[in-house]
Design a protein around this ligand. Structure first.
Ligand code: B12
Length: 220
């Protein structure tokens, strides 16, 4: 098995020490940091998602995999040369919506989206609508992810969308909700573009929303 396949496997085996060692060895062998990230760590994270969905592994194991992913990312990120930088699929801001303090879903979704090639700016929990508007102005994202983990806070989506509309920014972004009891139809009725209760499934939705944005003339 080559080093990057071994690294991917180490993540799946939740072997943090092995992953750290393999990242070091891959760098010493001259493998570019961007390749180590995409073909090693991110590939492992995709497999973690597949195994979670198949019921082979459970949420605590996913959380350990997220920690290993982040430790590796911390080491690799500063080493990714601008020219070598992977072309991000898109930029996303993601925060837990106003009134909601659940963090775990967001903390899983963010590394899954990053592993899939999105640049994600994590706004934290209980994010006020004005802060989301400010973050759109500051970061100019393509996508706005709203963590909505309760029925009441999912219903708050309507207010958040209104605030984005009032700021004149709605045409620049696609909005997607996430959480255990979201519904895509209801999200659309509240003015968002989609919703998902599964971060791995959501990646396909993010890609489709990016395609729609590009079709509207917006690029990364
Ligand atoms: C742990 C937990 C807590 C912890 C949170 C700890 C923490 N740091 O996060 C504590 C104890 C603090 C808590 C508090 C409360 N909780 Co609570 N909590 C849960 C519980 C048991 C698990 C949540 C979790 O971590 N799931 C694991 C993660 C990984 O799953 P997930 O969130 O769905 O995320 C996945 C996807 O949704 C997706 N995803 C996540 N974010 C995003 C974002 C985007 C943009 C996208 C696309 C996808 C995406 O990716 C993840 C991986 O696939 C759930 C029950 C449940 N089964 O969900 C209740 C639950 C969410 N809580 C609930 C409630 C009611 C509360 C409280 C009001 C309880 C109370 N009476 O005080 C408070 C609310 C406080 C507040 N203002 O937010 C209810 C909500 C019911 C409802 N439908 O309204 C639930 C469903 C329990 C229930 N069945 O009643 N809670």
């Amino acid at each position: 098995m080559d080093k990057l396949a071994e690294l991917s496997e180490a993540l799946l085996q939740l072997d943090g020490e092995g992953a750290a060692r393999l990242i070091g060895e891959s760098l010493e062998a001259g493998i570019p940091a961007a390749r180590i990230l995409s073909e090693g760590l991110s590939s492992g994270m995709r497999k973690v998602g597949e195994q979670f969905r198949e019921g082979v592994i459970y949420m605590p194991e996913v959380l350990v995999a997220c920690d290993i992913y982040y430790s590796g990312l911390e080491k690799l990120r500063p080493l990714i040369q601008p020219g070598e930088n992977r072309q991000a699929r898109g930029r996303m801001i993601l925060g837990t919506i106003h009134g909601d303090i659940h963090t775990v879903g967001k903390d899983v979704a963010v590394p899954v989206f990053e592993a899939a090639g999105y640049d994600v700016i994590d706004l934290g929990v209980d994010v006020a609508d004005e802060k989301i508007v400010e973050a759109i102005r500051e970061h100019r994202p393509d996508l706005v992810g709203l963590g909505t983990y309760m029925t009441s806070t999912f219903m708050h989506t309507r207010e958040t969308v209104k605030a984005i509309e009032a700021a004149g920014l709605r045409g620049q972004v696609k909005i997607i909700c996430g959480g255990p009891s979201v519904d895509a139809g209801a999200a659309k009725r509240m003015g968002a573009d989609d919703a998902s209760d599964d971060a791995w499934e959501a990646v396909g939705k993010l890609d489709r929303l990016m395609d729609e944005l590009k079709a509207q003339g917006r690029t990364v």
